[in-house]
Design a binder for this molecule. Sequence first.
Ligand SMILES: Nc1ncnc2c1ncn2[C@@H]1O[C@H](COP(=O)(O)OP(=O)(O)OP(=O)(O)O)[C@@H](O)[C@H]1O
Length: 645
Amino acid sequence: MSTSSTSEQQGESVSEAGPPEDAVSTPQEEEFLYRDTSRLQAGAQMTTVTMARRLPALVLRSLKLAWRVDRVATAGLLACQVGTGVLAALGLLAVTGTLTALISSGDISDRLWEAAPQLAVIAAATGLRALLGITVTWLTGRLRPFLARAAELTMIEAALGAELAANNQPGYNDFYDIADRGSQVTPDLVEEAQDVLAATATLAAGATVLAVIHPLLLPLLLLACLPQAAAYVRAARVVYLAGLETSGRRRMLHKLRWHMAYMESSEEMRACLAGPFLLGRYRRLAASVNAAERKAADTGAWMGLAGAAAGGVASAAVWAALLWLLASGRMDLAAGGGAVFALQTATGSVRGIINGGARLVRTGWYVQDWQNFLDNAHGQAMAGSRGTKTLSAAPERFEVRDVTYRYDGAERDSLSGVSLQVRRGEIVALVGENGSGKSTLSRLICGLLLPTSGEVAWDHTTTTEMEPWKAWKHVALAPQRYTYLPLTLRDNITFGQGDRSDAAVLAACTASGAADMLPALRSGLDTLLTSEWFGGQQLSGGQWQRVVLTRAFHRDAALLVMDEPTAALDARAEHHVFTGLRELAKDRAILLITHRLTNVAVADRIVVLDEGRLVQEGTYAQLTREPGLFRSLWELQQRTTGEAA
Ligand SMILES: Nc1ncnc2c1ncn2[C@@H]1O[C@H](COP(=O)(O)OP(=O)(O)OP(=O)(O)O)[C@@H](O)[C@H]1O
């Protein structure tokens, strides 16, 4: 290849390089793949009337949160808004009084003297309103970030407090994303409610003046503004429903962006050509989301136009009525002047109420999603499904009794009628083919999942009866899919637990083999384990697994569950971990899940699972001798490694 063609190639974008043909799905299939119609149906049931009815409760709940976050700012804002309304009303009354004084008959200087106090009120009210406006901006700026963050935190707390099983429900993450958007606009709800309040106070004054001038003017004015209000709310609803409809696809776009741009998947993005493939998928999904959003924007604009036209006609009717009142002598000129001004101001405040109300309803839909999530998560809260028992001492025995488990939405049980026991001082190995239920059983024995039927007991207390967070003090878990957290090594190991001395951490590092890598870490235990931030250091896959094992060993818990603990370790590190297990088992019950069947020789007992059922149990010596699933898997592995029995 020539130099020039090479440089052309280098300048070529990923898309120009041509994404490989995506034979998996058509754009339409993709669109439906990530669509959650149940959420849309639930949203569609939330009509404008239902929402209007729920608004007071929504506003109250958000105000309570604001009150909790910053009492002074919340009280100050409310006071400012009420003050603004009162001042607007005073100003309006003063303007009407001034006009009446000026238009009345008599000497002009007398009339001016008569109007002077009213003019002073107008000036003072205007100045004070400006001051209150500045105060509102200041207080809102102070409250807003705290309120949004507090709303977000309530969600995180609710999600953390929910049963693990809730996370496995289809659509749970969509629900969370939609709710997250709601949490971000919670401050808007408070602000909009205050705007409506202020506009209502102004209207009250305008309405009084109008009612005094002529009783017909106020109902006419309200009628004139209704079509526009209805149009605003309908347009907002169209946009909201489009947001719900596209939420699954937007979340997928977010995931795709993350995978294409960040480190975790960066190798496959390039070497496996996943990047161009996903970029093509991103483009198609984005196009379908854009089309849905554009359609909603068009429909909303048409509705707004229709509302504005209807509002214009209705306003013209109101002004015509005023002219008619004047022309027919039903209203004198002085009152007419006041009426024009009052009408103008009242129209402004009615518009304010209606626009603010429409925005309030629109924001209400989003905030309702946030509150729905909170209610739903609280409905699935561990506090609701479990008891409050605590154990007086670390348990000696962990027992699974005739347990069946089926994941939410699954068509069949992942475990059926399984019974198992593991005591402190004992190592039990769980083996079986992929999908046979080993990890599920480990989640049940740890009390992360509650059985669909049967029970799991720690000594004499079932996991359903126990207060979970206190119970988990007795559990150390090295899961199959562990988390790389961008924290220091020390924090990654302790998660803030244990005493603050390094001795226990270093002992755990020695047991897991992580001690070997300490000299290469720039700041030892205080090294930030990520290269995403300056000064951090990235670990290899096996080094990360050592950190995860250290985390489990450091916990010094009565139950130690290790799911594929050495899959990424080199032979020396693996040997080190397995030879250390017996020492660790002295005061722990160890449940070991592994596919490396020669390693399970270390276990006192081996339990074999097949399609969710316990099919064999025995020692390594027994199971390698007797025919059965274990022996056939073991023989296959021996043959693969060239050590045929
Ligand atoms: N979160 C989940 N939601 C729904 N089904 C699940 C979930 N996790 C596992 N399953 C299903 O439960 C069954 C058992 O899965 P489990 O992860 O317990 O198997 P395993 O024996 O640990 O498999 P492996 O050896 O591959 O790790 C599988 O059919 C799997 O599809």
